[in-house]
Design a protein around this ligand. Structure first.
Ligand code: NAD
Length: 476
């Protein structure tokens, strides 16, 4: 029997793009211009570590410069290759267009297993990689702005920002050369958890769309929904934590590199995360059944499946056995094009990556704006807002006393109402608004057009149309 070949990650993204573009009426040649990756820079550099020179390979790919700067994370993993960064850069273009973040798409990667190096070594490697990219303007506040991705976090972003400022000492906007920095190095409140928070807001908005919920064969809201999460890293951990602590969802399964934990009564996400960070894996965690073959748990019965680790985990090999009626792609590209087709035929609803994990780039956008404006959000207006609210409360209390009405405000009302919005509240509000608005635009296409059967096609249609409009406006 002939085996069906799984397309590469980039081919998968292109296939999904092609499916959507067939439904659009673009001028000849524009479709090709939007699809292709503009450039990919490969760098090989040496770093002296432990008495010998180690050579590393890194990439920075720019998919589309219809808007600048271009934006996209830097990934540290052994599997990093050109095909992968190009696929991820393309997804960034579509993602930014969908959530109206004014950026083109880019992505970077370094072929490295970060767990094999200590902090000092990682700093040397990161600074050297950053140096190579900075001197070619592949890191630059107005041209190319990286962020964290798999295997990197705020620590690496702080090193990159510092490296940029050492090399471009007169650039007053130096901090805006990278996002996802720690607060004390020009970061913004709420960035670390932004992608996971965005997954939560995306699911909340999905459950407000009763037609969508019915299409998935579900009902009600997130309360009591059984959720399986793959990858308890930055994105998966925050999504699982917020969904269980704030929305009443039950995290019944957690899949990690060394196997999966399952507990139908719900896992304690904080406790599992603590176990994972202190033991380096989930094996041995007491309050759950452990399965060594973790990927098999993707096929367990649940209401919502959240792949939040890496690409290609739901593929031709297991798609037919997936039982979840709703999949939200917290990772980039977790469902291959072939699997997508199988799942669609089964009636599974997939909330696509370019929307589902856009919380990260959304808050990165806020951080970049903060860095360029050199002022924290809320600093000018917060106390003014509080004093206006105070006026209303005092007036209500005066009216009640003067007229003998005996009105009393509910407990906690004053405290909540009188508190003006600080940076974190504003970031959450901006993120929530972004996730709602983007979902609604996809929803209208999904439910409104007979030729659009799924949210992914709807998402591509919207973003490709926006990129095309931007090219047209430039006269291309
Ligand atoms: P991370 O490195 O913080 O976490 C990844 C987690 O997945 C780790 O706990 C790791 O042990 C686990 N993992 C790796 N391989 C696995 C496997 N085969 N099976 C099960 N678990 C495995 O990375 P992250 O930043 O959370 O990124 C995860 C995904 O989300 C990636 O696809 C990334 O591109 C995407 N993403 C991240 C962000 C962000 O802001 N960090 C934004 C958008 C999208």
């Amino acid at each position: 029997m002939a085996t069906i070949k799984e397309p590469s990650f980039r081919e998968s993204v292109d296939l999904m793009f092609n499916r959507a573009v067939a439904l659009l009426d673009l001028s000849p040649g524009l479709e090709e211009k939007i699809r292709v990756c503009n450039s990919t820079y490969t760098v090989r550099f040496g770093v002296r570590l432990r008495g010998q020179i180690h050579t590393f390979t890194g990439y920075r790919s720019v998919h589309s410069e219809h808007m600048e700067p271009v934006k996209g994370g830097i990934r540290y993993a052994m599997g990093v290759n050109q095909d992968e960064v190009e696929a991820l850069a393309a997804l960034m273009t579509y993602k930014c267009a969908l959530v109206e973040a004014p950026f083109g798409g880019s992505k970077g990667g370094l072929r490295i297993d970060p767990r094999q190096y200590d902090e000092h070594e990682l700093e040397q490697i990161t600074r050297r990689f950053a140096y190579e990219l900075i001197k070619r303007d592949l890191i630059n506040p107005s041209q190319n702005v990286p962020a964290p991705d798999m295997g990197t976090g705020e620590r690496e972003m702080a090193w990159i920002a510092d490296q940029y400022k050492r090399m471009q000492t007169t650039d007053i906007n130096g901090n805006a050369c990278v996002t996802g920095k720690p607060i004390n190095a020009g970061g913004i409140q709420g960035r670390t958890e932004a992608t996971g928070r965005g997954v939560q807001y995306a699911l909340r908005e999905f459950f407000r769309d009763q037609i969508g919920v019915q299409k998935a064969g579900l009902s009600g809201d997130l309360e009591g929904k059984r959720v399986i999460v793959q990858g308890l890293g930055n994105v998966g951990y925050h999504a699982a934590k917020f969904l269980s602590e704030e929305d009443g969802a039950l995290i019944t399964g957690i899949i990690e590199r060394d196997g999966a934990l399952f507990n139908p009564k719900g896992l304690d996400v904080e406790a599992v995360r603590h176990w994972l960070t202190s033991h380096g894996g989930v094996t041995g965690y007491p309050d759950a059944t452990h399965t060594a073959e973790g990927a098999a748990v993707l096929e367990e019965d649940c209401d919502i499946l959240i792949p939040a680790a890496m690409e290609g985990v739901i593929n031709l090999g297991n798609a037919a056995r997936i039982k979840a009626p709703l999949i939200i792609e917290a990772a980039n590209g977790p469902v291959t094009a072939g699997a997508d087709e199988i799942l669609r035929d089964k009636g599974v609803v997939i909330i696509p990556d370019m929307y589902a994990n856009a919380g990260g780039v959304t808050v990165s956008y806020f951080e970049w704006v903060k860095n360029l404006s050199h002022i924290r959000f809320g600093r000018m207006g917060r106390r003014q807002e509080e004093s206006r609210h105070q006026l209303i409360v005092e007036e209500l209390e005066r009216l009640s006393a003067d007229r003998g009405l005996g009105w009393t405000l509910s407990p906690g009302f004053k405290e909540k109402y009188l508190r003006g919005a600080g940076e974190l509240e504003l970031v959450r509000s901006g993120l929530d608004d972004t996730m709602r608005t983007a979902y609604q635009s996809m929803r209208d296409v999904w439910h409104g057009r007979d030729d659009v059967k799924d949210l992914r096609t709807a998402a591509y249609l919207i973003s490709i149309s926006r990129v095309a409009a931007s090219y047209r406006a430039k006269g291309l």
